[in-house]
Structure formats: structure tokens, C-alpha cells
Design a binder for this molecule. Structure first.
Ligand code: COA
Length: 386
């Protein structure tokens, strides 16, 4: 007798947006106040030609180069304080929920409510994000506990995974494979991204890039999913090693505070990138991946209703969408959320999907696509049902 394996679908997504946001004007004022102070402090060395003065940042550059106008953050005042310029997220007792788990749980509750799903009926949690707050216990297990995941199913399981900006799409493939194989029938993915804590707010080249957010995705077997859901037609993942986006923070160099130079003089224990190279190398890699996946699924580009692309740079998205669709994409075809959210790492394409998918009709097909450090890229082709 022939048994079809369960069909994985996306039942719902969820979003947690921090209450505070920082405009480019506020960000640049803070950076320039700090730079001015540093230049005054180093005036003699600068005059002697021993030290380069720190050049000011500019709102016009940020918006033109990236498309970012503001970003949501968990700790606005501390980030903008020129004497500090990093978030103040006080350590919590082990008995309290950790900051990363807290925002993951908020996004998860949104997704579970939208799906009408009792957390006790979910089998597994994947915490898929760029930065975990600690080594262990896994963030995902804390989220599982906070929500009561698996309580009606004889217990559940949870683990963390990190593929930087591509973490969410990679997790969707993992969850879909769990559903197909029968090892789970309902999988909650959370993408809590406290990017403000790995960004160097004193680096003019990148201080505008990131924001904080959390998203959640419920992947389930079609036979338990709500009537309105998204069929997962296919997933495709790709990685290719590159040092052009890198964060060297880790337990082997924990002794130095991230802003201070380490033993080797480097200050790269926060996010660093070669933005130009990333732009040039990742655009063709992603455009080719989406085109190959559409070929594999026998889908013609004109039949795509929407692209929900990773939100790093408006120019990158314009080029990728144009290459895939064969014409300049409208906001309707490739919506932008980075203007208000900035780059939120793995969460970006999921925010775009979450905020811009209600208007699609049954049968409409789209692609969620993420890309970033690794390099890594993942795309998930989905079709609206019900
Ligand atoms: N304010 C004013 N000017 C600035 C500035 C700032 N904050 N930061 C840099 N500049 C200047 C540079 O000094 C440079 O000046 P020069 O031409 O006199 O040397 C000029 O602006 C261009 O800098 P560059 O870094 O080449 O800009 P860019 O056009 O490549 O834009 C990024 C920078 C980061 C926005 C862009 O490269 C990008 O988004 N790349 C993709 C990154 C990405 O996707 N990363 C994934 C992370 S997960």
C-alpha cells in the first residue's frame, strides 16, 4: 500500500516589534556628537598627522546607500548616548526569562493565536537566529518551556540553529523535513534578533544597518493546519564560505569587552562587513538560486505574485527582483520593510511576508528568500490555500 508522506505548510506567522525606534536623524546626531568628542580629545595627534579624524555620518548617505530610514530597538537611550553607544539590557536572574526568549515568545504567541493553535499541541521549537544569548541551555528549550510546547503531546523537543541572516528559511526547510518524515507534525520556528547588541554603533560604515525584532513561523502538516494556510511547494538552500560578513565574538575571546581592542589589536568582535563586496557577490548568487528553483518547480517568473526578500539593502532587492521577474519590481511585487525596520537579519523576509501577505488570493504563489553571512541563501516557494 502506498502512503504519501505528510505535506508541510505554513499555518501562520507572528511578529514582535519593539516599542521604540531610532530615526536616521537621531542616529546621526549621536554618532556625530561622539565623533566630535573623539576628534577633540585627539586634536593634537590629528594636527600632527598621527591619527585620522573620524568623519561625520550623514542621513542622506544612509538613506541613499541602504534605503533605511529608521530601526526599532530594545534600548534606545543607551544606544543614542554618545558616552555609551550600545544597548543596556541588564543581566537577568536565571529564574527570569531571558531577553532573547522573551521577544521570541511574544512573536510565537502572535503566530499561535493566528493559527488558532494551542501551544500544547505543537511538537517542536527551532530557535533560528544570528546570535544566541548564551551557549546553553538552548534558547529554544526556554521558549518551549515558557509556552508549554508539547504539553498535550507527551512532551516536545527544541534546539537552536544559526545560519546568520538565512536562519529562518533554513529552519523552514528543517521543519518541513520533520513534517514530511513524521518526526513532528507541528513545528514552531522563532527568529529573535537583538541585532543592536552585535552592531558597532561607533562604526560609520555600518552603524545604521541593524534593528531589533522577533518573528515566528508555524510549519505544520496540512491535515492539522488551519483551512487557510500556505503550501510549501519547495525549499532550496545554499552556502558558500566568505569572510565578507563576519562576527568574531565567542567564548574564546570573552575577556575583552566588545568595543575594546583584543590582544591582537583588533576590534572585530562585533559585526563587520565588506558591504560593497557583499552587494556584488550576493546579488547574482541569489538571483541564480531563485531562477534555478523556479525551473525545478516548473514555475514561470510571470506566475509569481510576490517576492518577500531579505531586508538588507533596497538596491540589492531591486536588482534581485528585476533579475528574477525580468522587469523593475513594484512595491506590490517585492515589498520593502527595511525602511522602518532596517536589517533584522533572519527576521527580515519573514516580516515582509507577515506584513504583506493578507491580500493574496488562493492559488497565488510567492517566494520567501533570505541571504547573508556564510554566505548563505535560502528560498521557500509557497502558495496560498483557503
Ligand atoms: N555617512 C556618510 N558617508 C559614509 C558613511 C556614513 N555613515 N559610511 C560610509 N560613507 C562613505 C564612505 O566613506 C565612502 O566614501 P568615499 O567614496 O569617499 O570613500 C562612500 O560613503 C561609499 O561607501 P561604501 O561603503 O562603498 O558605500 P556603499 O554604497 O557600498 O553602501 C552599504 C554601503 C553597507 C549600505 C552597502 O554596501 C550594502 O548594503 N551592502 C550589502 C550589505 C549586506 O547585505 N550585508 C548583509 C548583512 S547581513
Amino acid at each position: 500500500m502506498h502512503h504519501d508522506s505528510p505535506r508541510p505548510v505554513i499555518s501562520a506567522t507572528g511578529l514582535y516589534t519593539p516599542p521604540e525606534s531610532i530615526s536616521n536623524a537621531e542616529l546621526v546626531a549621536s554618532f556625530n556628537a561622539w565623533a566630535q568628542g573623539e576628534n577633540a580629545r585627539n586634536a593634537a595627534a590629528i594636527a600632527a598627522g598621527e591619527v585620522e579624524p573620524i568623519a561625520p555620518s550623514s542621513v542622506e548617505f544612509i538613506e541613499k546607500a541602504s534605503g533605511i530610514k529608521s530601526r526599532f530597538v530594545l534600548s534606545k537611550d543607551a544606544i543614542l548616548d554618545p558616552g555609551r553607544m550600545c544597548p543596556a539590557l541588564p543581566a537577568r536572574a536565571n529564574e527570569e526569562i531571558s531577553a532573547l526568549a522573551e521577544i521570541a515568545v511574544a512573536a510565537a504567541r502572535d503566530a499561535l493565536a493566528r493559527a488558532g493553535r494551542d501551544a500544547g499541541d505543537v511538537d517542536a521549537v527551532l530557535c533560528a537566529a544570528s546570535n544566541m544569548q548564551r551557549a546553553y541551555p538552548a534558547m529554544a528549550v526556554e521558549v518551549q518551556d515558557a509556552l508549554g510546547i508539547g504539553a498535550n503531546r507527551g512532551g516536545g523537543f527544541a534546539f537552536d540553529m544559526n545560519v546568520a541572516c538565512s536562519s529562518a528559511t533554513f529552519a523552514i526547510q528543517v521543519a518541513a523535513d520533520f513534517v514530511r518524515s513524521g518526526s513532528a507534525r507541528s513545528v514552531l520556528i522563532v527568529n529573535p534578533e537583538i541585532c543592536s547588541a552585535h552592531l558597532n554603533w561607533r562604526d560609520r560604515d555600518s552603524h545604521f544597518i541593524f534593528g531589533d525584532v522577533a518573528t515566528a513561523i508555524l510549519v505544520e502538516a496540512a491535515d492539522v493546519a488551519p483551512a487557510a494556510h500556505w503550501d510549501i511547494l519547495g525549499t532550496r538552500l545554499k552556502t558558500e564560505f566568505s569572510n565578507n560578513i563576519r562576527n568574531n565574538f565567542g567564548f574564546l575571546n570573552r575577556a575583552e569587552p566588545p568595543h575594546e581592542p583584543g590582544a591582537d589589536g583588533s576590534t572585530d568582535r562585533l559585526f563587520v562587513q565588506q558591504g560593497r563586496k557583499v552587494f556584488k557577490e550576493v546579488v547574482p548568487m541569489v538571483a541564480r538560486m531563485i531562477a534555478d528553483e523556479l525551473d525545478r518547480l516548473d514555475l514561470a517568473a510571470p506566475s509569481l505574485r510576490r517576492l518577500w526578500l531579505h531586508q538588507a539593502n533596497a538596491g540589492m532587492n531591486r536588482l534581485i527582483a528585476k533579475s528574477v521577474l525580468g522587469h523593475d519590481a513594484s512595491e506590490d511585487e517585492s515589498p520593502t520593510v527595511l525602511d522602518s525596520y532596517a536589517n533584522t537579519s533572519s527576521a527580515g523576509s519573514i516580516i515582509a511576508f507577515h506584513r504583506h501577505s493578507d491580500d493574496l488570493a488562493p492559488g497565488d504563489t510567492g517566494v520567501i528568500c533570505s541571504f547573508g553571512a556564510g554566505y548563505s541563501a535560502g528560498c521557500v516557494t509557497i502558495r496560498k490555500v483557503g
